[in-house]
Design a protein around this ligand. Structure first.
Ligand code: SAM
Ligand code: SF4
Length: 381
């Protein structure tokens, strides 16, 4: 069911659209300077007031990633600094009512999947309530699908309640099977807890279950086959992610990154891999392992970007809409959420404006590329 506000016209709606057009936080010259700068002026316009949630390159958006918190129980080197994290002010973190309100408007605009992430989403006190309320939302194509990306540590405590609340799918991060490496990589000695979380996920009915590993040279690139075998034993799909320049310390080095080609070459020595067609807007390319049915995925954001089919929009825990992981521009929903307008016109207008302004690609390889100021834990992976 389309949101009631989306077909309304009138001065309120026009004002909301004008305000949304002006609300991106970075000045236009900065937005135009980096990260896939679009030389055409169309990114400054508003886009359609009705119909599908579309950007100026005709990409229809169906996937909303909601970061519940920037806090985390691990300190993965590719994501967070060891110490000195500048946490979001607690007062700026969205409440369940605020999150669900944005989700409801987004679902009315055609969002079909909502993925909860972070930081570590299971550290958000009201995570089960959020899952329960979001999973009841109905969009034009039926009920919204609710998924979660987690480090797994608290899964044994939460899984029964999350499943009962309507969570549909889980991705759990697992970069190594070795305790000493895990400690070095995450700066916490918690591999046993993560493995218990994955075991709980295996026993749950939530499928497909996916395990995510960032492939890192000299860190875990000798474990790729072991990780796939572990995933097979747990009825899960292993997915390898090319490391992206999103670490809070800004230490990413393209030369040290393990590429899609290298990942496939390593796996190809042990498994027969056949490409699976029909990827659509999914970030992962997948291959059937030894004739299937199990598959392995690679998310090659750097060497084989998939921006042309991107259908994703992001909401940070402090209420900023982002149209790309790598965007240097954010759209602040908090003044609307905490203002006195009871209608959802401002939220709808800002979502539409944010999507419309999306650039054609992230251009990580371009010399003008600017790494976002926030780390991955604050953006939401
Ligand atoms: N804490 C949860 C977890 O680790 O699954 C959810 C948030 S985490 C930011 C989401 C995903 O982003 C994880 O799979 C993590 O491996 C990935 N990630 C974080 N930083 C990354 C980076 N610099 N490059 C590639 N992937 C990254
Ligand atoms: Fe935490 Fe996930 Fe970032 Fe690791 S990748 S530090 S688990 S938010």
């Amino acid at each position: 069911m389309r949101g009631a506000t989306s077909t309304r016209t009138g001065p309120g709606r026009a004002a909301a659209r004008a305000a949304a057009a002006a609300a991106a936080t970075d000045p236009p010259d900065r937005a135009a300077a980096g990260n896939g700068a679009d030389p055409a002026p169309r990114a400054a316009t508003l886009g359609p007031a009705d119909g599908p949630l579309v950007d100026s390159y005709a990409r229809v958006h169906r996937d909303l990633r909601v970061s519940l918190t920037d806090k985390c129980s691990l300190r993965c080197t590719y994501c967070m600094p060891a110490e000195g994290v500048e946490w979001m002010a607690q007062a700026s973190v969205l409440t369940p009512d605020e999150l669900v309100r944005v989700a409801r408007v987004a679902v009315g605009l055609g969002i079909t999947t909502i993925r909860l992430t972070g930081g570590e989403p299971l550290l958000y006190a009201d995570v089960v309530e959020v899952v329960r309320r979001i999973s009841r939302l109905e969009g034009p194509d039926g009920p919204v699908r609710v998924a979660m990306t987690t480090n797994g540590i608290k899964l044994p405590d939460f899984l029964p309640d999350l499943a009962a609340a309507g969570l549909g799918r889980l991705n759990v991060s697992l970069d190594t099977l070795r305790r000493d490496r895990f400690l070095e990589l995450t700066r916490r000695d918690r591999l046993d807890r993560v493995l218990a979380g994955i075991e709980a996920a295996r026993r749950s009915g939530l499928r497909p279950l996916k395990l995510n590993a960032v492939a890192m040279r000299g860190v875990n690139d000798d474990e790729l086959v072991d990780l796939v075998e572990f995933a097979l034993e747990h009825d899960a799909q292993m997915r390898f992610i090319e490391q992206m320049p999103l670490d809070a310390g800004h230490t990413w080095d393209r030369g040290r990154m393990v590429t899609r080609e290298e990942i496939l070459a390593a796996l190809g020595e042990r498994f027969d891999l056949q490409p699976v067609p029909g990827r659509g807007g999914a970030p992962a390319e997948t291959w059937a392992i030894d004739g299937g049915p199990h598959t392995v995925g690679v998310i090659a954001s750097v060497t084989a970007p998939f921006c042309g089919n991107c259908d994703r929009l992001r909401l940070t825990a402090d209420g900023q809409l982002r149209n790309c992981l790598f965007s240097t521009t954010e759209h602040d929903l908090k003044p609307i959420l905490r203002g006195d307008d009871p209608t959802d016109e401002g939220i709808e207008a800002m979502i539409r404006s944010c999507v419309w302004r999306k650039l054609p690609g992230h251009n990580i390889d371009d010399p003008s590329f600017l790494q976002p100021a926030r780390g991955m834990n604050a953006i939401g992976g």
